[in-house]
Design a protein around this ligand. Sequence first.
Ligand code: ATR
Length: 280
Amino acid sequence: MNDRQGESLAPMAGVLGWPVRHSLSPPLHRHWLQRYGLSGSYEHLPVPPELFEDYVRALFVHGYVGANVTLPHKEAALSLCDDLDDAARAIGAVNTLIFRNGRIEGSNSDGFGFLENLRQALPQWDVTGGPAVVLGAGGAARAVVYALRCAGAPEIRVLNRTLSRAERLVADLGGSAVAKSWSSSALREAALLVNTTSLGMAGQPVLDLDLAPLSVTAAVTDIVYRPLETDLLRRASAAGHPTVDGLGMLLHQARPGFEAWFGRRPAVDAALRTAVVSSL
Ligand code: ATR
């Protein structure tokens, strides 16, 4: 953490996590700062859970403009905010802190990032065109279900290994069907399949789900981005589905924070993607 010497210094922000050194947020925000010729800084802010609240308050006092929040602090961040946006409240987690007017504002842009990524990658795809199937019921699934519900998905089917967790998610956020484990019959008539589990991530087992019942027009997306092309996306693409990888969600979720901290609405485009992919 840098001490702020005076109010004329460039805005400082960063990403809070533990561990956080693998986070792609610093190269992402630094790319935008450089591209738009803005003065400002964005750094890794490693902090263990027991020091999280004190650390955030220290950033606030030292003149930071805010921070992104990643694992394992997203739920803890909720309780120290003076104000929360609807998404953070509904999802139960904060991924963006904005220090403004002497207050700590907390928001959650993960669901926004998820939907914006789909809309940018597949402009013709229609969220209202059929049921969405969401695999997983963790924090990422909560953000995805919230975003799909707000965008008008007609039905959201949540499938998860631990049924009680999926039931809790549906009770909190709405979602119209729950099934235990991976049932390919849940794919019938779906317009979207989303993997929010860690299955398919480098070092994890692949997702063992038969895609045959899925209509060929259904979009398939994965929030996993290490590797960029997961086994699920490779199989879906081979079967003719439009596919979207998970990196774009990360890029788009960063937009609201950057705009609030540094005063410029940033673009998500090929140059940004290339810059971030080189840090993967
Ligand atoms: P995140 O906040 O990133 O979503 P999480 O809360 O740990 O992370 O959730 C991980 C999701 O991946 C959960 O849905 C988890 O299923 P459980 O709720 O049953 O734990 C799912 N998951 C992780 N490893 C899995 C595995 N080997 N098989 C099936 N599901 C798995």
